[in-house]
Write a protein that binds this ligand. Sequence first.
Ligand code: AHR
Length: 347
Amino acid sequence: MFKKVAFLIVLATMVLTACQPAAVPTEAAKPAAPAAATEAPAAAPTEAPAKVWTYADMTVGFLQTGSEGGWRAANSASFKETAEQLGINLKFYDSQNDLAKQVAGFQQFIEDPEVDVIVMSPLEVTGWEQVLKDAKAAGKPVILSDRRIDGFEDYYVTFIGADFVEEGRKAGTAMCELLKDSATKNVWELVGNVGAAPAIDRGKGFRETAEACGITVTKSQTANWSIKEGKEVTEAWLKETKDVQGIFGQNDEMAFGAIEALKEAGLVPAVDVKLISVDATSGAFQAMLDGTLNGAIECNPLLAPQVYEAALAALNGETLPKWIPSQESEFYMDDPNLKEIAAGRKY
Ligand code: AHR
């Protein structure tokens, strides 16, 4: 009997223990409660893949300065011909060398729903704050072609164009070489339109190297890139004095005007008075072959392929350097290969 009772006590103890939850360790190690049954998270909304632009998708609004000479004609042709080759829809705006018109054209492209990217060859380095801010607000990339502006680097994608200061330095170095045996080194400078980057920068670069070899720039005046004004300004100076050993034309056309004025004053261009110009258009090669121009520093107008490539990259969200310099050379009358070089030129 006792044994039976003892067995029952042991049995009861065992049963009760088994039902007791495990001693709760100091640490709460309770098995995690089964996760409440929740719905699978909704799939993240699938965003449409970003559009990948192609040239055929692109409408470019191009603000050209005007049509002031051979360089500009080649530059405009580059934009029109390359757009056709690439299948780009080009909206070409001729600012007629009028800053107010160029700003108005810029605003027009901002408001034009068809225009995806704006390209500008700015007539002057200032005057762009409002339209640049408006273009950014409208989400339209801006690319500078040919000429830089002052500041606002956060408001344009890139500047594709020449180092105008270096062009000026090259012209000064060439003039130093031409006048190295001259007792006096008085040089006149025909300047582009006031406020234009090439006018400002070429003048700066020219003085850096020319003055280092003893040249004095005794006269300097705008002739607005033109043959007519280049001739008129030089004629007026020649009426004052003929004590000039060199003329620096900041572009070919102004140098051509100076050449005409020198001839009419009885002076032999490139001999009595040395001449250096910038651009190296076909007219400059002809003047060098004629023996009336001593040298031409190249400024490359065929920028459209690089500009359109940058525009497409910008639309596809790529980051570009703030300046993509164009590659350029220099040419001189006494180069024995000048005729062959001229024959191979595109402009
Ligand atoms: O911006 C380039 C300059 O513009 C060229 O040197 C000149 O011919 C044109 O007017």
